[in-house]
Design a protein around this ligand. Structure first.
Ligand code: ATP
Length: 918
């Protein structure tokens, strides 16, 4: 008999062939062995740039090539010293550029790794979450709606499971999957309904399967090379800077030509002028700018990672700084997602349940009297549904804690699964109906998993030859499907009066910020199965309600206040009940006076125009479905807002994609939402979004700082040469000095500015406009005015010294003045106001960079061996006084100006919800 294909085997054959166990999966040893033998479950990557290529790319720059040509000419003319020094400087320049770019590249790769997908597996009988690349053949994998299938698997169990396989088959409509054996040998991929293919997407349902192929052996591996796409990692700012760079090159070249022509006309030697001109052009063109921007972005991204925000798309770093609205989920993001059932409502009785966390210890009270529930059928029924219409698992795990100086071993209850369901599992265990016990008596034959559209979950169970449907979900939805109610132990018709009682109880619990779930059931005729969820969830018998607390996260209230001060509006969008949402929003300070809340139903009744008119005053959307989110995002965007939107489910992906900053949850998010997002919160926490926005703003300001520094320096450099040539003076700086200034003075301090600490008021002003020009807020003026003054002061110092008749001395003074002026000016660039507004020594890197630049400058001025190379002489105290006065003048002048005008950089504007409208 020829060997069977995977889809032809039955469960036993499969498990045996793969050497696994359906219940407990593989052992860790077996996993390690298989991993060592077959390698990681990864698709081969496209080639990365080698370090050598990155290094050689540094010499591709047009002006660097011209300079190398010029160096060659000077070499041929016998100016060996010049040639070697220029070459050395160029190589150093390339090394600096290489280090910057290499670092940037590495950080980007590290980023990708961080957002790599994970998979849920059963190993040694326990559920684990592992990196998808660590999967091996034989692993038992759990899948649910929103997951990407992490390897090729054969299904062992599929509950209403649909998978979208368009990447492989081109078929965009999800196909249903099952676990039954298929008998035909040669089946096209689209017909292999019991196989899940790596990279395809579970759109509905849940499933369990065993891995049959990993990595390049999978079907996706077969076509991997065809589908690998590289993502656009350049940010809009980088793109604009590239454009700007081109303009600056043109300007620099034009000015250089003017300098050369003016110099030659005034009798300067042609060769010397040519070299000076080209050096000037090299110095004046901010060729390092793109690399420093990348480094600043990449380092900022690293800082964000430390604050638990993982950036998936670099451009979002910039957009973060412009965010004017954050639309956030409630459960898990604003709240802790640690649910505990505290209240029960049955037959018009309100009961309280004690106990905390996941430990299944607690009692039930009515009017402060402990209840004996042994003979209470209603409660027992509710507990039964809680335990069985549930996929969460509660497990006891050994954990080691530090108690003072000793480590103590302690058993800890750990929840696997959805926290809402976890709370119900705990409730059932607390009150004597543990799931394990019940599962032995009730066999699950069908499941219609929870989805946030239906807001219900149901199961069909078999018990003593009969079948029963159990349903739980949002009370308002479930009540509509109930024709009867279990009232004081008896099933009676659901009268309007009884229904109102249940609704009132629901509202009362919701008003106290409780998350409320309702429970119902129906007996089926023997062996009956349900066609679909609609078929199951009808004609039900209502049992009761549970109310669970989900405390707000402690740090969120402050984060929301920070947002408000920063001109960012927080909007809660939740599937939960309006009253629950309002109670939690109120406790977090989300709704300002006069702010409105809206339900999904009300939203449905509004046209887009009507929504646009009201959208800016709505702070809470409750009982919404994922597609409502898309409408909200679009409406806010039409009002000119830059919207950050969180989401976790598979249906949230369109809204996440449509928003300006799509945010997914690292812990509870589905793969689909993560893939659609540009930012992942590794702790699912709202405050992390605020931290990321703060970093985003900081990064942008730092980029502005070093653009300001570099360009002002360049203006100064060009101007000093240009004015000297126009005035018929000799060259104030020789080519090597110009290159030296470019390398040492510009490079290190600019990089240090890229990692500068943010100013204190970063989160105290409105977000910047998305289309804001990088030179906005007077940056252009600052660059030009400071640059002009630096140029004039340097030239002044040169001219004064030149009166003594010693050109080399005058050039040394000009060199020292230019370097010093820039090293003083760099501190000014740290503040949006003036040098006097910040502690100069706060940025240690900057202090180090400035000190190193100073030492290097003194080195070329005072080390005798270097003096002829750098055309310097030792200068005395009188010259130093001149240098220091001329160098400090530009910064001090503007600093005093700023202090006198009251440091008027920003008028603090009061925050108003509509403040960011276009
Ligand atoms: P958010 O969008 O803020 O995360 P949410 O988690 O409350 O809000 P959903 O998960 O869509 O939103 O839940 C909506 C409602 O569905 C809940 O209020 C609850 O009544 C019900 N519900 C939640 N989880 C389940 C579940 N596992 N089974 C049945 N019903 C559920």
């Amino acid at each position: 008999m020829s060997q069977l294909f995977w889809h032809q085997m039955n469960k036993e054959e499969l498990i045996e062939t793969l050497g696994s166990s359906e219940k407990s999966g593989l052992s860790i040893d077996a996993v390690n062995e298989r991993l060592a033998e077959h390698g990681a479950n990864e698709l081969a990557e496209t080639k990365k740039l080698s370090p050598l290529t990155i290094f050689l790319n540094q010499f591709k720059d047009f002006m660097v090539l011209v300079l190398m040509g010029a160096t060659l000419i000077s070499g041929l003319l016998g100016e060996y010293l010049d040639a070697i020094t220029i070459l050395a400087i160029l190589v150093l320049n390339a090394v600096l550029g290489f280090v910057q770019e290499f670092r940037a590249e590495r950080s980007l790769i590290a980023l990708k790794e961080l957002s790599a997908p994970t998979a849920k597996v059963i190993r040694e009988g326990k559920q684990h979450s592992v990196a998808a690349k660590e999967l091996v053949v034989g692993d038992i994998v759990l899948l649910e709606s929103g997951d990407r299938v992490p390897a090729d698997i054969r299904f062992l169990e599929a509950n209403n499971c649909y998978v979208e396989e368009s990447a492989l088959t081109g078929e965009s409509i999800p196909v249903s999957k099952h676990e039954s054996t298929l008998y035909e040998a040669e089946l096209p991929l689209g017909d292999q309904r019991n196989i899940g293919f790596m990279g395809t997407l579970v759109t509905r349902g849940t499933a369990r399967g065993v891995v049959i192929r990993t990595g390049m052996a999978t079907e996706m591996g077969n076509i991997a090379n065809l589908i690998q796409s590289t993502e656009e990692m350049q940010t809009p700012l980088q793109h604009r800077l590239e454009q700007l760079g081109k303009i600056l090159i043109a300007v620099a070249i034009a000015l250089t030509i003017m300098v050369i022509v003016a110099g030659i006309m005034h009798g300067q030697p042609m060769y010397g002028m040519f070299l000076a001109g080209v050096s000037l052009a090299v110095a004046a063109i901010p060729e390092g700018l793109p690399a420093i921007v990348t480094v600043a972005l990449a380092l900022g991204v690293q800082r964000m990672i430390k604050r638990k925000a993982i950036v998936r798309k670099l451009p979002s770093v910039e957009t973060l700084g412009c965010a004017s609205v954050i639309c956030s989920d409630k459960t898990g993001t604003l709240t802790q997602n640690k649910m505990t059932v505290t209240t029960l409502w049955l037959s018009d009785r309100t009961l309280n349940v004690t106990g905390e966390g996941y430990e299944p210890v607690g009692k039930v009270y009515e009017n402060n009297q402990e209840l004996d529930i042994k003979h209470d059928n209603s409660i027992k029924r509710l507990l039964q549904i809680s335990a069985l219409c549930n996929n969460a698992r509660l497990e006891k795990q050994e954990a080691v804690h530090r108690k003072g100086k000793v480590m103590v071993e302690q058993d800890e209850w750990v929840l696997n699964g959805d926290p809402t369901e976890g709370a119900l599992t705990v409730l059932a265990s607390k009150l004597g109906s543990p799931a394990k016990l019940l599962e032995a008596q009730y066999k699950r034959v069908q499941e219609f998993p929870f989805d946030s559209e239906r807001k219900l979950m149901s199961v069909v169970l078999e018990h003593q030859g009969g079948r029963i449907i159990q349903v739980k979900g949002a009370p308002d939805v479930l009540l509509e499907q109930c024709t009867h109610i279990l009232w004081q132990g008896k099933v009676v018709s659901m009268t309007p009066a009884l229904k109102t009682k249940a609704q009132k109880a629901n509202e009362k619990m919701a008003q106290s910020a409780l998350r409320v779930l309702a429970f119902a059931y129906r007996d089926l005729h023997t062996q009956e199965t349900c066609r679909d969820a609609g078929d199951a969830e009808r004609n039900l018998i209502f049992v009761g309600l549970t109310g669970m607390i989900d405390p707000p996260r402690a740090e969120v209230k402050d984060a929301i206040a920070t947002c408000r001060a920063a001109g960012i509006k927080t909007v809660m969008i939740t599937g939960d009940h309006q009253l629950t949402a309002e109670a939690i929003a109120a406790s977090l300070g989300i709704i300002p006076r006069g702010g409105e809340t809206m339900s999904g139903k009300q939203l449905d009744q509004l046209s887009d125009e009507e929504l646009d008119q009201r959208v800016e005053n709505i702070y809470v959307y409750a009982r919404v479905s994922p597609e409502h989110k898309l409408r909200i995002v679009r409406s806010l965007q039409r009002k000119g807002h830059v919207v950050a939107m969180t989401g976790d489910g598979v249906n949230d992906a369109p809204a996440i994609k449509a928003s300006d900053i799509g945010i997914a949850m690292g812990i509870n998010g589905t793969d689909v939402s993560k893939e659609a997002s540009s930012l992942i919160l590794s702790d699912d926490n709202f405050s992390t979004i605020v931290a990321a926005i703060e970093e985003g703003r900081g990064i942008y300001e730092n980029i502005r700082k070093f653009i300001r520094y570099l360009l002002a320096s360049n203006v100064g450099e060009i101007l000093v040469m240009f004015l000297a040539m126009m005035a018929g003076l000799p060259l104030p700086l020789v080519p090597i000095q110009i290159l030296w200034v470019n390398l040492v003075t510009d490079g290190l301090p600019a990089m240090a500015l890229g990692v500068d600490q943010s100013e204190n008021d970063l989160m105290k002003h409105k977000p910047r406009k998305a289309k804001e020009n990088i030179f906005a807020r007077r940056l252009g003026w600052k660059i030009i005015s400071r640059g002009i003054l630096i140029g004039i002061c340097t030239l002044g110092a040169f001219w004064i010294t030149l009166q003594e008749g010693d050109l080399v001395k005058a050039q040394t003074v000009a060199f020292a003045t230019l370097v010093m002026a820039q090293l003083i000016h760099v501190f000014d660039c740290r503040s949006s106001r003036s040098i006097f507004h910040r502690n100069m020594f706060e940025n240690k890197y900057l202090v180090l960079a400035v000190v190193s630049s100073l030492v290097l400058m003194l080195g070329v001025m005072y080390i005798e061996a270097l003096q002829p190379i750098f055309n310097t002489v030792s200068i005395g105290l009188r010259e130093w006084c001149l240098v220091i006065v001329a160098a400090a003048f530009p910064t001090v002048f503007f600093g005093i100006g700023s202090v006198l005008s009251g440091g008027k950089s920003k008028k603090k504007k009061k925050w108003h919800p509509a403040a960011n409208a276009a």
